[in-house]
Unconditional design. Structure first.
Length: 503
């Protein structure tokens, strides 16, 4: 009896994950305001229900189970904040973009039951309030013949590939050896970020609004860099015990500011720096150029203190894209080749200074073994993979590394996708990259904002090749949404009207 109940509960959770993914996909694809609004509301209601059902009996919810009054008060407070945010977004829809930019990097540590979870709570509140502001007025409006005409940007290959990625991941969670991780990925990343895409793609984007969002990100980046400088001066980190412990046993000191990982901190700084670099390259005003240059020097100093090789590489890739868009691919290729040659010469001349002495595993801080293990996993199940979110469990099961070295990903997104989702997932991932990058690069010569977005997205993709978190990063969805909203309208052939026959 107990086994039957447990099996039924597992099936219900699996079905819930699939339904949530289908609702998120519908928010990206369906025609008409009312259908899209219903899908978005269904997604933001179902995902917290799935989460609470999954962790209800765990120690994490013990304080809320033991204090129902506290739980009700917290729920009431959250609903009040959502209501106020929805009213503000309804009155000023562009405010969604600014609030999303302001909350993108913030992960709040939530301690409960002896465990700590780092959640994007401020961003989740913005997304939920944005969905309410978008959906409720449209559902309350009287249905009309023009409902299907108020769709915002047309759906293209990008939206279809994003929707397919979400649904495939959810379906493959059904046979994963780590269903809880797959569920958390869908609930915390795929579904809410798909809703974020749907909201941002329907904002009335202007160069002024894009500049304001970059300014918000710049203010945050300068503040984070300042905190990083203080950490380096005091040799003390504010967050993440793992990084703190690592600094105690290494000859170098890495800062992570208010981020839990120096690489994610470095990724954020690199994205902002690329936006500033685009403004600097396309601007003709001396004051703007001087301001961007000063900010870039400051942020570069902050990036250096992260010692994030993946972030350095991503920044160089983004700069190469900007150079190609500004001066042409040939000139950019010459400069990139010169920098690459100089780097190789420096590495061979002083390998100890850049930490490339020893085995490949030591040079890459253990990532070489993770990649090798991920490739082995992909070979064992090439078609369907081991299931969504299963990399960590399967890697440990096969004793590719000890528990301390095991990771949630191979630190190379294509390898992770191949191991977890097989050839189908890998093909979908590659198709998404081709369509996304191709679409973002189209029309960039005439648009500073699109050039910056294209360079930032390419840099982010390069970073995921060396670290992790592609569709699990809200910045990827935000860049794709803004790029889609700013995309030039496709040229339509004008058909000549038939000339009526004369009697």
């Amino acid at each position: 009896m107990i086994a039957a109940v447990s099996t039924l509960a597992d099936l219900t959770q699996t079905a819930g994950v699939v339904v949530a993914s289908l609702l998120a996909a519908a928010a990206l694809l369906v025609s008409g305001d009312r259908a899209r609004s219903a899908a978005m509301l269904g997604a933001i209601v179902l995902t917290p229900v799935l989460l609470v059902a999954n962790i209800w009996s765990t120690p994490q919810l013990a304080p809320l189970r033991e204090r129902p009054v506290l739980a009700l008060a917290a729920a009431a407070g959250g609903l009040t904040v959502l209501g106020l945010g929805a009213v503000a977004f309804h009155r000023a829809p562009q405010l969604i973009a600014l609030c999303a930019a302001a909350t993108l990097p913030f992960r709040i540590p939530i301690e409960s039951g002896g465990d700590t979870a780092n959640l994007l709570l401020p961003l989740y509140l913005v997304i939920a309030a944005g969905v309410l502001a978008y959906a409720i007025p449209r559902l309350r409006a009287t249905p009309g013949l023009d409902d299907d005409e108020r769709q915002g940007p047309s759906r293209g290959a990008l939206e279809w590939l994003l929707a397919a990625s979400i649904v495939l991941y959810a379906v493959q969670a059904s046979y994963s050896s780590d269903f809880d991780r797959a569920l958390s990925q869908v609930i915390f990343f795929y579904v809410p970020f798909a809703l974020l895409f749907a909201l941002l793609a329907r904002v009335d984007w202007t160069p002024r609004l894009a500049g304001q969002c970059l300014l918000v990100l710049l203010v945050l980046a300068v503040a984070f860099a300042g905190i990083g400088f203080v950490e380096y001066a005091r040799r003390e980190l504010l967050l993440n015990p793992k990084v703190i412990s690592s600094n105690q046993f290494e000859s170098y000191f890495r800062v992570n500011s208010l981020f839990f990982d120096p690489n994610i901190y470095g990724r954020f700084l690199a994205m902002v720096m690329l936006g500033l670099a685009a403004v600097l390259l396309w601007s003709t005003r001396a004051r703007t150029v001087a301001g961007c240059a000063a900010a870039l020097v400051l942020l570069w100093a902050g990036l250096v203190l992260t010692l994030s090789q993946s972030s350095f590489t991503a920044l160089l890739a983004g700069l190469a894209v900007l150079g190609a868009l500004r001066w042409g691919a040939r000139r950019a290729a010459v400069v990139v080749a010169a920098f690459a040659l100089a780097g190789v010469v420096f590495v061979f001349a002083a390998p100890g200074l850049v930490g490339v002495e020893g085995s490949a595993d030591n040079i890459t801080s253990g990532r070489s073994a993770l990649v090798t293990g991920g490739v082995d996993l992909a070979r064992e199940r090439p078609l369907a993979g081991w299931g969504a979110g299963a990399f960590k469990a399967e890697y440990r099961r096969q004793e590719k590394a000890s528990g301390a070295r095991a990771s949630a990903a191979s630190h190379t997104i294509p390898v992770t996708v191949a191991a977890e989702q097989g050839l189908g997932g890998l093909a979908l991932y590659l198709a998404l990259l081709v369509v996304a990058i191709g679409g973002l690069l189209r029309g960039t010569r005439d648009s500073l904002a699109r050039a910056a977005i294209a360079a930032a997205f390419v840099a982010l993709v390069v970073h995921t090749m060396l670290y992790a978190a592609f569709l699990e990063d809200p910045l990827a969805w935000a860049l794709l949404a803004v790029g889609a909203a700013l995309a030039p309208a496709p040229r339509r052939r004008e058909r000549a009207e038939p000339v009526p026959a004369t009697p």
